[in-house]
Structure formats: C-alpha cells, structure tokens
Design a protein around this ligand. Structure first.
Ligand code: GLN
Length: 500
C-alpha cells in the first residue's frame, strides 16, 4: 500500500513539474484553417501563433484538443495557459477571461440549401437553426432571434444536419462555413450577419502572459508570418476537404445494393485510409483509442477493487462487531457522495478542480473511475462478506488467526467467489462507462470514432465499428471472467470437500 501511495505521489510530482515547463494551448481542432487535425497532430494558424508565444517565453509547447465550449473553461481553471480556437472577443467572455489584441477580423454567415434560399435575417425566426455549441452563432440565435438553436459539437456536424434536412439553416463563422460548403453543390453561403474579431484568451490576472501574447501577435503581423500562415493553412485545409469530397463523390449507381456497397467502400476509404495523403490513417484513432480505453478500464478496476475491499471490510466489521467506527463513518460519506452524483460530473470535478494541476488525463480518468467504481464494488463485496456464515470467522479465530488474517484468508476468498458474477457486471459497466472520457478531451475508443466522424462526415462506419469493438472487448472480458469463476468454483469445491 505504501509503495502504491509512493508511486502515485511520484507520478503526481512528475506531472506537476512537467506542467510548469510547458505552455499549453486549449483549442478545438475542427476549425480549419485556424486549427485542424493533420493526422494525429493539431495544426493551423492559431497553433502557430501560440507556438510563437511559447518560443518567445522559452517554454515547451503543447496544444490540447477539446470541445469548443470547454476551451475557455480550460484557461479559467488553469488547465491550459492559452485558449485559441478562432475565439471571438465578446463582452460576456471578457468578464471571465482577458483577450489579447485581435489578430483577424471576420464574421458569421448563414449556410443554406440552395433549394431553400436565404435572403434576409427575418427568414430565420422560428426555424430550426444548427450551430456549434457555445459559439457566437449560438449566442446570435439566442439573443437576436430569441430562440433555442439546435446545438452540435462542431459546425461540420451542424452542416451534416443541414444536408440531411434536420435543420433549416446553419449559422457559423465564415471559414468553417466555406469548408462545409466546398464541394457540396446543394449548399451556399449568405453575406456576413455580423463582423467579429478573433483573439487569444488567457486567465484573468496573467498580465505577463497576456503581454507576451500581444507582443507575439504584433511581431508575427509585422514580419509577414501571420499572412504566410493564413495563406499556407488556407491552402492546406482546402486540400483536406477536397480529398474528402473526391473520395465520397457519388457515381451514377445502378441499384441500391451496389450503391450501398459503393458508399460503404467510400466510407471505409475515408475512415481507414490516410487523410489527404499524409499523416496517419484515420483508423489509428481507433487503435490508440482502444489502448486508452483498455488502460483506463483495467487500472480503474484494480483501483476500484482495492478501495472496494477496504471499504467493504470496514463496513462489514463495523456492522458485525462494532469495529472501526471512524473509518465506517468516512466510508459511508464516501459511498453517499460517489453513488449520489453522476459519473460524468465526478470526472469533470476531478479534472477541473481536484486534480487541476495534473497533466496526465489517463491518470485523472483512472482515479475518477477507480474511485467511483470502488463504491459499487464495496457494496457488492460487503454483500459477499455478510453472506458468509459467522461460524467461519469464529472457527478461524479459534484456530488462532488474527482478525485481519481470518478476513483475508478465510472470509474474503469465499465472499468474492459468491459475488463474482455481480462484480463482473460492475467491471463491464465500468468498461463501457469509460466512453465518457471525451468530456476531458481524452481520446479513447468512443472519442476516436467521433473524431473520424467529424472529419469524414460519415456516421455509420465509425460508430458501428466502435460499437463492434466494444462488443468484442466486453465479450472477451466476460469469457475471461467465466473462466475465473469456474476455476474458483472448482477450488472452492475442494475447500468445502476438505473442510467437511
Ligand atoms: N468565433 C466563434 C466563437 O468564438 C466560433 C469559434 C469556433 O467555432 N472555434 O464563438
């Protein structure tokens, strides 16, 4: 136990030390040319600006990909130093963060289907309008049109919804809007609805950092770097979309069967081949995601078991013999809090508040899931302990075993054997529940599929593949548990036989 605590402390210390060196940028990489994924790497104009800030400060640099509505909270909570994601300066945001000088002036537009042309803003009222959640387009619909928008995680998703007729219009910043419309003959763009300026956001009170950002922006504007980045990244993101549309360009299809086969092949090509000829094949998101899922799930199961055993023994000992009143009280508080609040909220609290200075998201996820699962495992194991005849403990003690030894050697093995199916169930639930780690921008299997979907606009293949992989994972795990159960049952039979 001491060793584990020591290693955890070392990991925490390493994470803290690493965090101090690196300048972290929070962004949302589905916003070309400002930020987009080039294979596994985040590239774009905003990334270059923030990298130049890091260079000016002589610090390492890292960009973190997350949902747009998490980017500003990330700097407020200190999870990231800079937020840059084509962020528009607004009065509301200024109340929470400080903005650098603007580095570009742009605006939002309406994306519409040519079959249902857009003429002026009065047409928007009362219609279903797709937006990216948390953006100025979202605010436009709320404040100007006084209605709720249809919120999507990215503008690309909103666009897909527009094409499939789920919403009447989409409002988005001009650059992602151009990207959505490119190669889609059925869509077109309006003039600007309003003009906006992008800037880099930093947490309030970080005057030195803000000054460094402002100096960097002035410098890259003056020496032509900004202009070059805009030109280069616009050209690169144009190519990205071009490849996607080339590959999915529909031919005249003779029958529904061959048409389904054709679109499956196109999807497969998009999902598993290399995007725009460079970078890693998109399928690698699934492979790496799967490894993260397995890592988080297994480590959390082990941590949960440790906590579960401890809490269960404390609670059962207290109930039967009145031992450990204080620990019993602590355990009860722990169980109440963990079981009384949703997992996703616990994960976010761990990430943004409790372990805000810890860099490793895998470690954060393991701790959050381990602590959560510990509570459920504790109750299952406690049920197992209470199901054992008190005579067992009395006999063990009469034979001269101490309380803990009797518990560990005699009671717990039988208790676990009795509740193994219930424990297995809890492990499976935990394994699938890890799919919410996308909330803290950790790329697991589910998030990997989601990223592929956001790049290829194809929903079927990524999601069905992800579902199939989870299914195989859970089936393998269930099979292994079944084997363990049979093994324990057999050894258990021996014990009973020898005892009698
Ligand atoms: N400029 C918009 C905003 O700040 C959208 C930015 C984005 O989607 N990345 O709200």
């Amino acid at each position: 136990m001491k060793k584990i605590a020591f290693s955890l402390c070392m990991i925490l210390a390493a994470a803290l030390a690493f965090g101090a060196e690196t300048l972290t940028m929070a962004t949302e990489a589905t916003f070309p040319p400002y930020e987009f994924l080039r294979g596994q790497e985040i590239a774009g104009i905003d990334v270059e600006i923030c990298r130049a800030v890091a260079q000016r400060l002589g610090r390492q640099f890292r960009a973190e990909n997350m949902d747009f509505d998490s980017v500003i909270p990330a700097v407020i909570s200190g999870k990231a130093d800079l937020a840059a994601a084509g962020i528009t300066i607004t009065e509301d945001r200024k109340k929470n963060v400080d903005f650098s000088v603007p580095y570009v002036t742009t605006g939002i537009v309406v994306i519409y289907r040519k079959s249902d042309p857009f003429k002026d803003a009065s047409q928007l009222k009362g219609k279903k309008i797709g937006v990216q959640s948390g953006t100025t387009s979202d605010a436009y619909v709320l404040e100007q049109l006084k209605q709720e928008p249809e919120r999507y995680k990215t503008s690309a998703e909103a666009c897909a919804a527009l094409m499939s007729g789920r919403c009447a219009f989409v409002i988005a910043d001009i650059d992602p809007a151009k990207n959505c419309v490119k190669g889609e003959d059925s869509l077109a763009l309006s003039d600007f609805l309003s003009s906006e300026s992008y800037a880099v956001a930093v947490a309030k009170g970080r005057a030195d950092l803000l000054a460094a950002v402002n100096e960097t922006i002035a410098a890259v504007k003056a020496d032509g770097r900004l202009e070059k980045w805009v030109a280069d990244y616009t050209a690169e993101s144009d190519k990205l979309k071009a490849t996607a549309t080339d590959a999915s360009a529909a031919e005249v299809k003779p029958s529904w069967l061959s048409s389904a086969w054709q679109s499956f092949r196109d999807d497969f090509y998009l999902c598993f081949q290399k995007p725009s000829g460079d970078g890693t094949p998109r399928g690698m998101y699934l492979v790496r995601g799967l490894l993260v899922t397995i890592q988080v799930a297994l480590a959390a199961i082990v941590l949960g078991l440790l906590i579960g055993f401890l809490v269960a023994v404390v609670r059962a000992s207290h109930d039967k013999y009145g031992y450990f009143p204080f620990l019993n009280f602590v355990s009860k508080v722990y169980l109440t809090i963990v079981r009384g609040t949703p997992m996703v909220v616990q994960l976010l609290i761990t990430y943004y508040i409790i372990l805000r200075t810890v860099d490793s998201k895998v470690l954060i996820a393991i701790l959050a899931f381990g602590i959560n699962s510990g509570a459920y495992q504790a109750e299952i194991i406690r049920a197992g302990i209470t199901s054992i005849d008190p005579g067992q403990m009395e006999a063990a003690r009469a034979l001269g075993l101490g309380y803990w030894r009797a518990m560990l050697k005699i009671i717990l093995p039988q208790a676990v054997r009795n509740v193994l199916p219930a424990l297995g169930n809890e492990f499976i639930v935990l394994m699938k529940d890890t799919s919410i780690v996308g909330y803290i921008a950790l790329i697991d299997l589910a998030k990997g599929g989601d990223i592929i979907r956001s790049q290829t606009y194809s929903v079927y293949l990524p999601y069905l593949t992800v579902a199939a992989i989870y299914l195989v994972l859970v089936m393998t795990f269930t099979w292994l548990l079944g084997k363990l159960e049979r093994h324990l049952r057999n050894t258990g039979a021996d014990v009973v036989h020898n005892d009698s």
